[in-house]
Ligand binder design. Structure first.
Ligand SMILES: [Fe+2]
Length: 433
């Protein structure tokens, strides 16, 4: 086997071990719906196997369908999440059998495939990258479900580095062009392509994500009760839902508590805030005299190496993420303290851009100039428009295989069960330029 084949096989095994680990629970937990926002866990589990069957076995290798009768059940477009409990989805034992059977054939295809094949699914192992990243994304979704279900003990609570780095509150990004997106990363999705030049005026961006202490100050300053910080849609959302703090936060006497995988604990004031929706992030930024960064501002601050005239795949450079550089890959069930990764800083000095929390940006999800849907319109294109806001950088529950400078995630501006925070930005004044 080539190095790439070995790497793919190892990644397929690693992600599957994690998926099976998160669903190693009593059947009742797996078939029940814990929130109308989420699928039953066993739906996610069999859906990743079905996706693998559709793309690796059928589309890339031309293998006859194994279970065509279940395709509709696992088509995310046919049934919205709230209606999935009523589907005749495979029960846990059958689901594990099915995905195991698919996986065995996928490994046979991997063994035989030629990565130099001009077919764009097979070339450079794209289709394997597709299913590996897809399964990682569903593992993160399963964790959001388990957090909503209040299920303790699912993620190991490993050690994270202490919050050490000192530095300025904001870092400066001078005016100028940078290269956004990619033409060269072989496993990048269609929505990250093509690479294109974007010219930005000078701006400042927070060195670190907004922390719980700063967010608590916004709450205590009456931020949730003052319409002037909110957009009209955001204010309506806040009033209709009676929201006064991030999801999973409660007030006990004078202190903030949060529930993390079923366990109450004092809110650690030195961590990035998590479980806030776009409306909350946007309101906080206005209260702080700033705004959310555009997606382009976020990406330039994360990966542009102006001295070299090129974009980095990670803020720190080419090297794959390690525990010293970023909090990714479910090492602990929480974001790391602010300032925990000075070695992971970007060329402009921004820290914790990758890992810890997904970061909301001001930008609606849309195609880049010259966008071409691949391998199917439903991956990205059908979500383009003014409905979803772009999230960047990946959370502690994202895997290194599905995070990079150019990676784009998107969600409704009301979503808060995802592992999401933000940082602020502001346009440089003429005197600062
Ligand atoms: Fe999916």
């Amino acid at each position: 086997m080539t190095d790439l084949k070995e790497r793919i096989a190892a990644q397929l095994t690693a992600v599957r071990d994690r998926s099976l680990g998160y669903t190693a629970a009593e059947d009742d937990l797996l078939v029940r719906q814990h929130s109308p926002l989420m699928s039953p866990l066993v739906w996610d589990l069999a859906h990743v196997g079905n996706y693998e069957e559709l793309w690796v076995l059928r589309a890339a290798a031309g293998i006859t369908p194994l279970r065509p009768e279940i395709d509709d059940i696992y088509d995310a477009f046919k049934t919205p999440r709230r209606d999935r409990p009523a589907l005749p989805f495979l029960r846990p034992a059958e689901a594990r059998d099915y995905i195991g059977g698919v996986r065995g054939r996928v490994l046979d295809v991997l063994d035989a495939v030629d990565f130099a094949d001009p077919d764009p699914l097979r070339r450079d192992g794209f289709v394997f990258g597709l299913v590996i990243q897809h399964e990682h994304q569903h593992d993160e979704t399963m964790l959001a479900t388990l957090q909503l279900a209040g299920r303790p003990g699912v993620v190991r609570d490993g050690d994270l580095p202490p919050g050490l780095s000192a530095g300025p509150e904001e870092v400066y990004v001078p005016a100028g062009e940078f290269l956004m997106g990619t033409d060269s990363l072989p496993w990048a999705y269609d929505n990250e392509r093509p690479a294109h030049r974007v010219d930005l005026p000078a701006y400042w961006i927070d060195r670190l994500p907004v922390g719980n202490a700063a967010y608590a100050a916004f709450i205590e300053d009456g931020g949730y009760h003052d319409a002037r910080w909110w957009t009209p849609e955001g204010w309506r959302w806040r009033q209709e839902n009676g929201v006064f703090a991030p999801l999973f936060w409660t007030r006990d006497g004078g202190a903030w508590w949060r529930t993390r995988f079923g366990r109450p604990e004092p809110v650690p004031m030195d961590e990035p805030v998590q479980h806030v929706c776009w409306y909350e992030a946007d309101a906080y930024a206005r209260w702080a005299g700033k705004r959310l960064p555009s997606e382009a501002e976020w990406e330039k601050a994360c990966g542009w190496d102006a001295a070299a005239g090129r974009a980095r795949p990670y803020p720190w450079g080419e090297q794959d993420p390690t525990p010293e550089l970023a909090n990714l890959g479910h090492r602990a069930a929480r974001p790391a303290p602010l300032g925990a990764y000075p070695g992971g800083a970007s060329p402009y000095g921004a820290e914790q851009m990758v890992g810890d929390v997904w970061e909301w940006t001001a930008t609606w999800f849309d195609g880049y100039p010259g966008f071409r849907a691949f391998p199917y319109r439903e991956y990205s294109e059908v979500f383009f428009g003014k409905e979803y806001r772009v999230l960047r950088g990946g959370s502690w529950a994202a895997d290194p295989a599905a995070v990079r400078t150019t990676f784009r995630n998107w969600d409704y501006p009301i979503r808060r069960q995802i592992f999401t925070g933000f940082r602020c930005a502001r346009t440089a004044t003429p005197e600062e330029r």
